[in-house]
Design a protein around this ligand. Structure first.
Ligand code: ZN
Length: 227
C-alpha cells in the first residue's frame, strides 16, 4: 500500500535512462549507477580536490564523489534536484556519497556535517538547500550529526549594518559567517556542497569555520567536481 502510494509522488522510472526500475532499484537503474563517473578520491591523500585548497586554506581532507561532465547522467541528476524539486534525488546521492566516504581512512574523525548555505533568495525560491539534502543522505549512512545552521551567508549590506560585538555571527570576507552558538570544543567540521569548480565558495566557508576558534578542523566533501 505504502509503496503504491509513494509511486504516485515519485515516478518509478530511472532518472538516468527513463526505464522502469525494479523493486530493489531506487532513483537509478543498475546500468546508470555503474555509469556514474566515480573519482575514488576518498582513498587518495593529496587528491585533486585536496590540492585545490593547498596554499589557500588549511583543510584536513577533501573529496569529490564524481566527476562532472556536461550531458552526463550526473548532470541530469543535479539538474533534477536543483530545478525540478526532486529532493529525493539529492538525498539519494547524499547516501552514495556517504557510502564512498565510509571507504576513507578519515570519516570517523568528523564531528558534524555543515552544508554550504544558499543565498536566502535562492533557498526561498527552491524551497530547500540541496547541500543540506546531500548532508541528510550522508548523515544517514555515516550516522553523524548535521549542523544545518552552522554557517550562514551574509549579504554585503548586512555586514555594513550589523557589526556589533554581540552579533551571533562572525563575518569572514563578507560572504559566510560561523554560528557562535555552536559550542562544541575542537570540532572537525565536514563542509558539504553539490558542485565544486574553483573551490572559492568552500574556501570562504572553511575560513569562516576556522574563525570558530583554536582546535577547529575543517574538511570538505562535494558531490561533483570538474573532470
Ligand atoms: Zn537507467
Amino acid at each position: 500500500m505504502l509503496q503504491a502510494f509513494l509511486h504516485l509522488f515519485y515516478p518509478h522510472t530511472c532518472e538516468g535512462c527513463g526505464h522502469e526500475l525494479s523493486r530493489t532499484e531506487k532513483i537509478l537503474c543498475i546500468r546508470c549507477s555503474l555509469q556514474l563517473p566515480v573519482t575514488g578520491f576518498q582513498k587518495i591523500t593529496g587528491n585533486p580536490a585536496e590540492k585545490i585548497f593547498w596554499g589557500r586554506v588549511p583543510i584536513q581532507h577533501a573529496m569529490a564523489g564524481y566527476y562532472f561532465y556536461k550531458q552526463g547522467v550526473l548532470q541530469h541528476l543535479i539538474h533534477s534536484f536543483k530545478y525540478r524539486k526532486r529532493e529525493d534525488v539529492a538525498v539519494f546521492l547524499g547516501r552514495q556519497l556517504g557510502l564512498q566516504l565510509k571507504e576513507s581512512a578519515w570519516w570517523k574523525e568528523v564531528t558534524a556535517l555543515v552544508p554550504v548555505p544558499l543565498h536566502a533568495a535562492k533557498a526561498r525560491h527552491r524551497g530547500y538547500n540541496q547541500a543540506a539534502l546531500l548532508a541528510e543522505g550522508m548523515a544517514e549512512v555515516l550516522e553523524c550529526s548535521i549542523w544545518a545552521d552552522g554557517l550562514k551567508r551574509t549579504g554585503f549590506s548586512e555586514t555594513q549594518t550589523r557589526k556589533s560585538r554581540t552579533d551571533r555571527w562572525t563575518n569572514v570576507e563578507n560572504i559566510f559567517a560561523w554560528n557562535r552558538r555552536i559550542f562544541e570544543s575542537s570540532p572537525h567540521v565536514l563542509l558539504v556542497d553539490d558542485v565544486m569548480t574553483t573551490g572559492a565558495t568552500l574556501e570562504a566557508c572553511a575560513q569562516a569555520v576556522l574563525q570558530a576558534g583554536k582546535g577547529v578542523k575543517v574538511s570538505a566533501c562535494v558531490l561533483a567536481c570538474a573532470a
